[in-house]
Design a protein around this ligand. Structure first.
Ligand SMILES: Cc1cc2nc3c(=O)[nH]c(=O)nc-3n(C[C@H](O)[C@H](O)[C@H](O)COP(=O)(O)OP(=O)(O)OC[C@H]3O[C@@H](n4cnc5c(N)ncnc54)[C@H](O)[C@@H]3O)c2cc1C
Length: 282
């Protein structure tokens, strides 16, 4: 059984994939889907177990998530909707996974990619507020003299008006810089309210997302088309822009990010795509 957190984890998984085994990936988030696609490309016979009917729908929106699903099909990667409840083994060797519906998927290699738990046990009893991560305010302060940044920080997000803990590399870096500025600013500390931003590489798709697509009700394609596997799109809730996606357009993605942040979006002749985005956060 494998997890993917460190370089050693990645090397061990690559070694286990050399023989082209049957592999089950439990969890179809960013990590699980990327690992499944990469393992399939290396020759493994891969089944991805997803609790959602379409992996990454809420995170990437229907257009990009549809392209990812098509890529899975083209690569011969099976997606099984369900929930893994246990890893099965016989004589210390993995034999498969148990599913919540009573089914069993046979496997020689199992990758568990079902999310992470913040490492906060050592803070219990210290007085630092701990919930899902270190609970801090909008300035990223947990209590006087204690600050939180990165995956562990659970903060109110002024953009979505809810608490959140994000696990994205760029977010961790931006928050670390904001915390440093706030420590030095004293009474002039400023709220940390970044535009959510992450990317995922899925086979030949480089997908960049800015903002949140959860709760959006319409999409406008700005450049390219999904069928060309190259496009930029903006997602709205009513008249409000909630986020944007760029697929295989990294140069345009930078401009798109600035446009979403400033609210000044480029106009286009392309018709609006009325397809609703997914309703859940992936
Ligand atoms: C396999 C993998 C792929 C990823 N791919 C992407 C990607 O494509 N794009 C993206 O945006 N993000 C990606 N991420 C997420 C990204 O890596 C994290 O968001 C980022 O590393 C968070 O940085 P951090 O400093 O908050 O936490 P970490 O990088 O986890 O660093 C925390 C450090 O603190 C140490 N630590 C823990 N407890 C203590 C303690 N008590 N005392 C001292 N040290 C302690 C840990 O050992 C660790 O070194 C990926 C993550 C993984 C695991």
């Amino acid at each position: 059984m494998h997890v993917l957190r460190t370089l050693d984890d990645a090397l061990a998984l690559r070694e286990a994939l050399r023989a082209g085994p049957r592999m089950v990936v439990a969890g179809a988030g960013l990590l699980g889907t990327e690992a499944a696609v990469a393992a399939r490309a290396l020759g493994a016979d891969v089944t991805l177990v997803s609790s959602a009917p379409v992996p990454l729908l809420g995170l990437l929106g229907p257009q990009a998530a549809g392209l990812v699903a098509a890529t899975h099909r083209d690569l011969g990667l099976r997606v099984h909707q369900g929930r893994v409840t246990a890893v099965r083994a016989a004589r210390d060797t993995v034999t498969g996974v148990q599913l919540a519906d009573g089914g069993v998927l046979p496997a020689d290699v199992v990758l568990v990619a079902t999310g992470s738990v913040p490492n906060t046990e050592w803070l219990h009893g210290s007085g630092v507020p701990v919930g899902d991560g270190v609970v801090c305010d909008v300035l990223c302060a947990a209590e006087p003299g204690v600050w939180a940044a990165g995956d562990v920080a659970n903060r109110p997000d002024p953009r979505t008006r809810r608490r959140r803990r994000l696990e994205h590399r760029t977010h961790a870096t931006e928050q670390a810089m904001a915390v440093a500025r706030n420590i030095l600013a004293g009474g002039a500390a400023r709220p940390f309210a970044p535009l959510r931003s992450f990317w995922t590489d899925q086979h030949d798709l480089k997908i960049q997302v800015f903002g949140d697509l959860t709760g959006t009700d319409r999409c406008h394609i700005l450049q390219g088309t999904p069928s060309e596997r190259q496009f930029t799109a903006v997602y709205y809730a009513g008249e409000r822009v909630l986020g944007a996606v760029a697929v295989n357009m990294p140069r345009e993605a930078l401009r798109l990010r600035v446009a979403v942040e400033s609210g000044e979006l480029p106009t286009t002749d392309h018709p609006a795509d009325p397809t609703p985005a997914g309703a859940t956060e992936g």
